[in-house]
Design a protein around this ligand. Structure first.
Ligand code: P6P
Length: 337
């Protein structure tokens, strides 16, 4: 830990509020989301003993089979956030449309978007999964937000974070002033800062991609990966290593911790889709977190945080992580425009 021993998430947020960088409602929102993530961590950690593994028997709007824990995590986040008075609405990967806050509760000025359990295909094989969240301001004067009100570019986010349910449960957060990591102290039941100001090295020898899609990639993506695979004898002059957890949260956490580049490009397997990952509640929050840690995030051509959304569940190609690698891969794509 770098000089932040014992600083709880609550204390960090109070200090951010005292410094005028966040207000009380945003502090409450983040505390509530963190508390919901503790409940999700508890459910995930029970595994087979909790009776929550396996499929829910339903599909989400993405046409993906929902796991029981997808549905449970979604319900935990909704129940935790709807009564606090800090939100005007929320949106989730697991729900077709956004959900306004019921009129029985007071409304706030924020919009919360989340992927309640990213990487859920890994749950049944006991591999790390995570929750990803993004916070936007609700447009002035809007008390019944609809999907349109959520369609704001990622650079307008006021906070973003993820919780990775791994060997330890860690919440990684940015409110626009650096990226910080908090580890769940299960005995105290609180998140404690274990890394202040995470920094992603500009260079790396590690890439994360699903290589089984190689034959479907467009030429600039093939060129970039072929050069990495050529190693010392190739144009990059060094050997690279590969990791692919198939949980974005786990792969991004590794990159935040020791560098790397994460790629999910558009491909010819589904040519009508601009990518696999979702812009609003996967790519945008991760891009904010990564940029605040000195990294970069593009869709191969443009900065992800500059993309003007057109649909709540729209997909996007993702190149994120060590700045110099993202710049090389992005340059190769721009050269083909
Ligand atoms: P593939 C999980 O389903 C996810 O949305 C991300 O967390 C992960 O990076 C990616 O999809 C894995 O995709 O095609 O390798 O299964």
């Amino acid at each position: 830990m770098n000089g932040s021993k014992g600083v709880s998430l609550t204390r960090y947020l109070i200090e951010e509020q005292r410094a005028g960088r966040i207000n009380g409602d945003l502090r409450l929102l983040i505390e509530v989301v963190a508390r919901a993530c503790k409940s999700i961590a508890h459910a995930v950690s029970k595994g087979a003993l909790g009776g929550v593994l396996g499929d829910a028997g339903t599909d989400n709007i993405q046409g993906e089979v929902q796991k029981k824990l997808d549905v449970l995590s979604n319900e935990i986040l909704i129940e935790a956030n709807e009564w606090g008075g800090h939100l005007a609405g929320l949106a989730s990967e697991e729900m077709d449309h956004c959900q306004p806050i019921p009129n029985v509760y007071p409304k706030g000025n924020y919009l919360l978007l989340f992927d309640p359990l990213d990487g859920s295909s890994n749950i049944d094989v006991n591999v790390s999964v995570g929750t990803i969240f993004s916070v936007l301001r609700c447009p002035d004067g809007v008390t019944e937000p609809n999907d349109e009100h959520f369609l704001q570019p990622g650079k307008t986010q006021v906070a973003a974070g993820y919780t990775v349910y791994g060997p330890s449960t860690m919440l990684v957060l940015t409110v626009g002033h650096g990226t910080h990591a908090f580890t769940l102290d299960r005995e105290q039941g609180s998140f404690v800062m274990t890394q202040r100001d995470m920094r992603i090295p500009g260079d790396t020898k590690e890439f994360a991609v699903n290589m089984s899609n190689l034959r479907h990639w467009h030429p600039p993506m093939r060129r970039y990966i072929d050069e990495l695979l050529a190693g010392k004898t190739g144009p990059r002059g060094k050997d690279f290593n590969m990791r692919w957890v198939a949980s974005m949260v786990a792969d991004v956490h590794r990159i935040l911790t020791r560098g790397g580049i994460f790629i999910y490009p558009r491909d010819l397997k589904e040519p009508d889709k601009p990518g696999k990952l979702r812009l609003m509640y996967e790519a945008n929050p991760m891009a904010f977190i990564v940029e605040q840690a000195g990294g970069a995030a593009t869709n191969g051509y443009d900065r992800i945080l500059d993309i003007a959304p057109s649909k709540l569940h729209q997909r996007v190609a993702v190149f994120l992580g060590s700045k110099n690698e993202v710049e090389i891969a992005t340059r190769y794509h721009r050269e083909t425009q």
